[in-house]
Ligand binder design. Structure first.
Ligand code: PQ2
Ligand code: NAD
Length: 221
């Protein structure tokens, strides 16, 4: 049977690597502040254009963490950036920013009009290197926020620890089937189960056996 195309397609989730990238944020209120903190966490270079800014945004500007231009948006401001976020209280400004960004091939999010967004922002929870993101494709932000809290609470210290261990192993072991099998065992197999029970010595011994067995060159002492 042929699948019918959904009348409202779902949004496509990605995790952007913004380190060193230039982001423009138009607006300086509470919503803009949340976006600013998130893109700064991702290592972006941030320019904020808004006549008024929250105390936190002003402090970040004073500390040199972002550049704040205390004025209204004007035509052409989108140029020279990699990503554009608009969060003002004026729908006409959101529209202007979105149109200009698209004209120069930039991806834009306006906090107030899903129809103008090239991408929407999910509700985000962080636990160590793990990100929980929930989107409702613009239909129910309050529900996305509620689900995000419930799901993030299920990510335990054990999962964070496993993610860090897995990251370390991926850095030190060569790619290949042996590494894939081992990493699955660490994440969801018996090695992970031993670690979850706090049996680190036994887990380490299993890991060492597995490294020797798989003939993966690695630290086996
Ligand atoms: C997830 C989160 C992330 C973030 O913003 O960082 C986010 N909204 C959050 C909360 C939230 N937003 C609103 C309420 C009140 C309840 C309600 O109105 O439903 C609550 C609930 C609350 O505050 O608890 C109002 C609202 N939101 C939008 C509109 C405009 C419209 O729909 O027309 C209006 C009406 C404004 C007005 O009436 O003035 C639009 C969008 N909001 C989105 C994201 C995108 C779709 C996300 C998705 O697909 O689920 C999208 C499309 C655009 C975008 O990408 O921003 C953040 C969770 C933070 C957290 O984790 O706690
Ligand atoms: N996506 C979401 O989750 C969500 C939730 C609630 C509200 N909203 C929408 O987000 C928008 C912002 O909300 P807020 O509470 O931060 O608003 P706010 O009133 O606190 O802040 C508005 C900001 O826009 C700036 N601004 C106004 N005109 C401007 C211009 N011409 N150029 C540049 N900056 C300008 C102001 O100086 C101010 O800093 C609203 O449209 C609101 O409907 C979105």
């Amino acid at each position: 049977m042929k699948h019918a195309m959904p009348s409202h397609p779902l949004d496509y989730p990605v995790c952007l690597r913004l380190e060193g990238r230039s982001v423009l944020l138009v607006g300086g209120g509470a919503i803009a502040e949340g976006r600013a903190l998130a893109v700064l966490d991702a290592g972006a270079r941030l320019r904020v254009i808004a006549p008024e800014a929250t105390a936190t945004l002003r402090r970040l500007a004073a500390d040199g963490r972002l550049e704040w231009q205390p004025r209204s948006y004007k035509a052409g401001d989108v140029r020279g950036h990699h990503l554009v976020l608009a969060a003002t209280d004026d729908v006409a400004v959101g529209r202007q920013v979105a149109t200009e960004a698209r004209d120069v091939g930039l991806w834009v999010n306006t906090a107030d009009e899903p129809a103008l967004c090239d991408f929407t922002l999910p509700s985000v929870g962080r636990r160590g290197p793990i990100t929980v993101a929930v989107s409702s494709a613009g239909r129910a932000p309050a529900l996305a926020s509620h689900l995000r809290k419930t799901l993030t609470a299920q990510v335990t210290r054990h999962h964070i620890w496993l993610a860090r261990l897995s990251g370390w192993l991926r850095e030190h072991l060569p790619r290949g089937e042996g590494r894939q099998r081992l990493l699955k065992q660490v994440a969801v197999g018996d090695i992970g189960a031993l670690l979850e029970r706090g049996e680190r010595k036994a887990a380490w011994a299993r890991l060492r056996t597995e490294l020797e067995h798989s003939k993966i060159p690695g630290e086996t002492r």
